[in-house]
Structure formats: C-alpha cells, structure tokens
Ligand binder design. Sequence first.
Ligand code: HEM
Length: 249
Amino acid sequence: MGMATSSAVSMQAWTCEKIFNAAHTPVSAGCLTAGADPKRNTSTMTMHVIPRTIVKAAAFIAALAPLALLAWNFQQGALGANPLSDITKETGIWTLRFIVLTLIVTPFRRLTGITEAARYRRMLGLFAFFYGTLHFTTYLWFDKFFDVHDILLDISKRPFITVGVASFVLLIPLALTSTKKMISRMGGKRWNLLHRLVYVAAAGGAVHYLWLVKVVARPQILYALAIASLLGYRAVGAVVRARKQPPAH
Ligand code: HEM
C-alpha cells in the first residue's frame, strides 16, 4: 500500500529486494543502479555502511514511537481534558503524516538517486493504514460506541466524516494487496493502477483535515500544499512521459 508506482523501476526495486533476501548477498549491479545515478550510487553506500535489517528495524520502531508516546501519556493521565479527542487527533495526524511520507519516497528516490528508499515505501504505507485503523476505531468505539445508525447518520450529515471514511476505505485494498505475492499475482501494471488510489486517499485526507476545522490555519494549509505538490509532481511526470512516447498508429 502506498507504494503507488508509475515506473518499471519501482517494480524492479521490489524484485531486487526479493533477490537480495533470497541470496543474502547485496543485490546485483543492475538492481542497484535502477533509476539511480551510477556515479553517486548512494544505495550501495547505505547498504554497506549499515545493514538493511538494522535500518528497517529502526524505522519500524520509530514508526511505532507516536503510538507508544500516546499510550504512555494516556496511562500517565498526561493527555488533555478530553483524552479520547486527543487520541483521535493524534492518530489522525499520524495517518496523514505517513501518507505524505509514502508519497515522498518516489520523488526523493528520483531526485537523490537513493534507490534504497523504495524499500521503505511499503512499510510507510502500511503504517498509514495502521494509524488510520486506530483513528477510525477510536471514532467507532469511543465516539459512537459502535452504534451503526448513529455512524451512518454522521457519515451522511458531516462532510468531513464522509471524506474521512472514503479515504480510509480506499486504503483497505492497498493494504490487502501490499504483499509481494499479490504484486506478482496481479501483475505490475494492474497493481500500479490500483495503487494510484493512494493519490485519491491523500487528497481526501487533506480535504478531511481542512474541512474539520472551523478556521483553516497553518497546519491544514501546509499539509494540503505538501500533498498538492506531491500529486502535482506525479501529474507533471505523467504528462512528460506521455509526450515522450511515440504516437500510436
Ligand atoms: C485516510 C483517512 C484519514 C485521515 C488522513 C485523517 C486525518 C485526520 C486529521 C489530520 C485529523 C486532525 C488532527 C488534529 O487536529 O491534529 C483528524 C481528525 C479527526 N478525524 Fe480523521 N482522518 C482520516 C479518516 C477518518 C475517519 C474514517 C474518521 C471517522 C469516521 C475520522 C474522524 C475524525 C474525527 C472525529 C476527528 C477529530 C475532529 C475534531 O474533533 O477535531 N477520520 N483526522
């Protein structure tokens, strides 16, 4: 999930990871340099300086830190007067942050040549889904007490809830198809197409955040601008690639 890729390079990154893991040796030169500037080959440097498993474990722990901190503050009674509102807000903002981080991977990889970054996209996307699930569950459980009628009424009456639910629903197929097995079963083309849903979910997340506040302030504007830029980057890339393609006969 969140690994919306529009290039063969991305698929190659997945495949290369497979090769790397299977062989327990650094990936072949072909994989390492995919999409990268061979002169800089920063991927190789990263890989040799710190073992990938350690970087991945550190990234995993770092991604869980906001939840640990939230649980700690809750347990210590250090949250505000309405702790459930704080939990909803905190899990919501982390969902959005992980969506943004997932979208940053591809431009970061292209601009820096660090192809290694692509290996963290799935983890980031799954963490967006994880925090989104916690966010939605907090709402369903502590706000609505699983009252289906009340939930449906809220979804139909409050536009920011409608957009939030739609965005979260879009993340579900992405999480379900995030495994390597699903990528090979679906085929790269179809998988990439499906995973473009993350763009819609990201835009929905930004709208949800803008819509839920009475007065739009700097955080809402910054997230909306970040998401608009990241989607704009893809749109421009798609137009440029389409122009480069020879016309079909
Ligand atoms: C991809 C999906 C979603 C994203 C990215 C997201 C993001 C956010 C963000 C950024 C906030 C504000 C946090 C803050 O004020 O610091 C928020 C608040 C909130 N969200 Fe979501 N959300 C999503 C889905 C949902 C869903 C599915 C629901 C429930 C149906 C929901 C209900 C709420 C509620 C009730 C608040 C608190 C509003 C308030 O009282 O201030 N969100 N969300």
